[in-house]
Design a protein around this ligand. Structure first.
Ligand code: PBG
Length: 338
């Protein structure tokens, strides 16, 4: 059937709904809200003032002092939560700093909870890579391979340390098999039945983590391909989502975001629990670099990337722009109300 009446032109005109700002606003399918943004933060042991991260312009390592200010700023911006990463001064084969109650991440968690624990969901990265001298997400066996089950034992200990520090949501990013079930079991056995688990279910072995590795001063040699997913694998991503849900994850995540929107859409269609996406360091730095060169409009690009991730199915997004974006969302809302 033709959409043209003879001599009249098309009578089906989708452009009608794009004709005015008010009409576009009314028919907009995807809206962002500050509450669905989560800010990842790096807290570094041994510094007293924030230190800019060269590979991530606009992002800094926080000291324990500056963390207090930064989490209050995040709460004032109305975002949903913060995800804390710790950078210790000492690393070893077992990642001892991760389970030390006085280790940087656990201390930072107590501070964040004390400052903003009611306003924000304080979340912690549960993975060994920042704490190990070899830089892997787990511990190694005698042959130097990442030992799945020995790593689970360390994750259990890390979960207890983080829960004891007050973390409300543990971000299991290590990609070891069985990590969600292992952590759920030990939390419950120790009375932490209300501590929630975010399973980084479909985490891909990605070049987009490049700037993060500088940010956490990673000592990794080699790669993570024996535990993170192959970028070409969509079905396997869906399987990992399913497994984390079965093991008891309260929320599942797809990571990175922009190059994996199909995986995210699959997860959003099948998951009975919330699905989040992590807009990772390389996604951030790529936009910042292009914007700094004047090649793209920074604000519009940032908004478009996060809108795209939400449109694909993310219920919430971890993004280094969380606070700035929340500010824009608030000011455009105020502008609309004037
Ligand atoms: C592992 C972890 C990584 C990121 C978050 N958690 C890095 C990795 O797997 O190498 C990457 C985050 C980013 O690139 O922004 N603890």
């Amino acid at each position: 059937m033709s959409s043209e009446l003879p001599g009249v032109g098309p009578y089906i005109r989708p452009r009608r709904l794009r004709s005015t700002p008010a009409m576009r606003r009314l028919v907009s399918e995807t809206r962002l809200h500050p509450a669905e943004l989560i800010l990842p933060m790096f807290v570094r042991e041994g510094i007293t003032t924030p230190e800019p991260i060269g590979s991530m312009p606009g992002v800094s390592h926080q000291s324990l002092d500056s963390l207090r200010r930064a989490v209050n700023e995040a709460a004032a911006a109305g975002i949903g939560g913060v995800m804390l990463f710790g950078i210790p001064t000492q690393k070893d084969a077992m990642g001892s700093g991760a389970t030390d109650p006085d280790g940087i991440l656990n201390v930072a968690t107590r501070i964040a909870v004390e400052e903003v624990g009611d306003a924000l969901v304080v979340q912690t990265d549960l993975c060994l890579d920042e704490f190990t001298d070899h830089g892997h997400c787990g511990v190694l066996d005698a042959e130097g391979r990442v030992d799945n089950d020995a790593s689970l034992a360390r994750y259990r200990e890390m979960a207890l340390a983080q829960a004891a520090s007050g973390s409300q949501l543990l971000g299991l990013s290590g990609m070891m098999d069985g990590q969600v079930a292992a952590v759920r079991e030990i939390l419950d056995a120790n009375g932490y039945t209300d501590t929630a688990i975010l399973g980084y279910a479909a985490k891909y072995a990605s070049a987009f983590y490049g700037p993060f590795r500088e940010a956490v001063q990673s000592s990794l040699k080699g790669d993570r391909r024996s535990y993170q997913l192959d970028p070409g694998n969509r079905r396997e991503g869906a399987r990992e989502i399913m497994l984390d849900v079965e093991e008891g994850a309260d929320i599942v995540m797809v990571k990175p975001a922009m190059s994996y929107l199909d995986v995210l859409a699959d997860a959003a269609a099948s998951s009975p629990v919330p699905v989040w996406a992590y807009q990772v360091s390389g996604e951030y730095s790529m936009v910042e670099a292009a914007a700094a060169n004047g090649w793209i409009d920074r604000r519009r690009t940032i908004e478009e990337t996060v809108i795209g991730i939400k449109r694909a199915g993310a219920d919430a997004v971890l993004t280094y722009w969380a606070v700035e974006l929340a500010g824009w969302l608030r000011s455009s809302l105020e502008g609309e109300q004037r």
